[in-house]
Design a protein around this ligand. Sequence first.
Ligand SMILES: [Zn+2]
Ligand SMILES: [Zn+2]
Length: 128
Amino acid sequence: MRARRAGSRAAVAALEEAAAGAQRAAPRCAELQPLLARAQERLPAVEAEVAASEKEAQLQQLKAKVTQYERLEVGLQCVVCMDAKKSVFLLPCKHLCMCTPCTSKIMAGSAQCPVCREPVADWFEAFM
Ligand SMILES: [Zn+2]
Ligand SMILES: [Zn+2]
């Protein structure tokens, strides 16, 4: 009996101790509450920022790819008309720089490679 009462007294003491602890912590909790609320308020904005920065990164990657592709396209364009694709190898300089119609025109005129100005002795169409 006595032991049990002592036990329950100890339990009450522990509860009182916990309550006192909670009371001591309460002002601190009240202090933290607005911080927590602010953090929770800011959370969607932060999440949106993260999503936006991820999208931005994806956009940058896509742009880089487009630029790469454009460079590749420009690299494939005939240096004379800047429109058709390069399709002719010039000899002896071995430049691949013109489309077939432009090569015909050049050969009817100066017969010089538009890149290195070397006289074109022969040319042939290449297929990519
Ligand atoms: Zn051309
Ligand atoms: Zn050339």
